[in-house]
Write a protein that binds this ligand. Sequence first.
Ligand code: GUN
Length: 288
Amino acid sequence: MPAQLIDGKAVAALVRAEVSERVRRLVARGRAPGLTVVLAGDDPASATYVRNKEKAARECGIRGETLRFPADVDAATLEAALDRLNADPEVDGILVQLPLPPGISAEDARRLQRRIAPEKDVDGFLPQSQGLLMLGEPGFVPCTPAGCMRLLAHAGISPRGRHAVVIGRSNIVGKPMAQLLLAADATVTICHSRTPDLPAVVRGADIVVAAVGRPELVRGDWLKPGAVVLDVGINRTPEGKLVGDVCFSEACEVAAAVTPVPGGVGPMTIACLLENVCVAAERRLGIA
Ligand code: GUN
């Protein structure tokens, strides 16, 4: 039987409708929540992401603003902008769009990210946010892993007692994803580029989360029949086609449920970002 398709676009639309309702309640209490994106440089992919974030925010009634800086901006200028945003009571959520331009050193980039006030860290990238997640306490959860958990819940799939294999150990997807699955009572294995015999590990998985950025790395014969597959990858082939980290057509023959690319995990990231902006605004009002 071909796999159930987990429709991220449809679930994201539901999340955004919930966000719109929360925004209406916040407006009734005096003010729409505000999100400010700091965008430096002219990376075309970043420009597209940021436009999509602005549009989605506006559609939910969130005040979305982008501060744009040229590619040769220095770290001190960005730092001063972040300090102003941290102090601005109209701004509930702040994010620094990554990657920063090549002129900003890795050390400066890390320092800039950490300049965001923890209560406005709607990306959930700060050590405080990640630490709270590890401790199982309320905080901001990074948007892509949060989106994956929402997709599982919507599809009626509980991680409890399941073996989940996360492929990828990034700070913004792999590691927080593993924490969320663990908190949901899954037994979790994190794999990466040095994992020997990756196919054998994946074959033991009831739930697979692929987040490595390698086009169609995961093949159908790596999957346990009936597995649930969440594909976080977005890769462009030389022919210009978008593909995930999983070979979709093969996975459909083996898995119980699969997310497509595009239209799976991707739309959930922005929806969960907007949700985090609501959480930030509600916390400031003492109602979350
Ligand atoms: N660049 C690509 N995705 C993201 C994201 O989710 N947040 C930030 N800050 N930068 C990104």
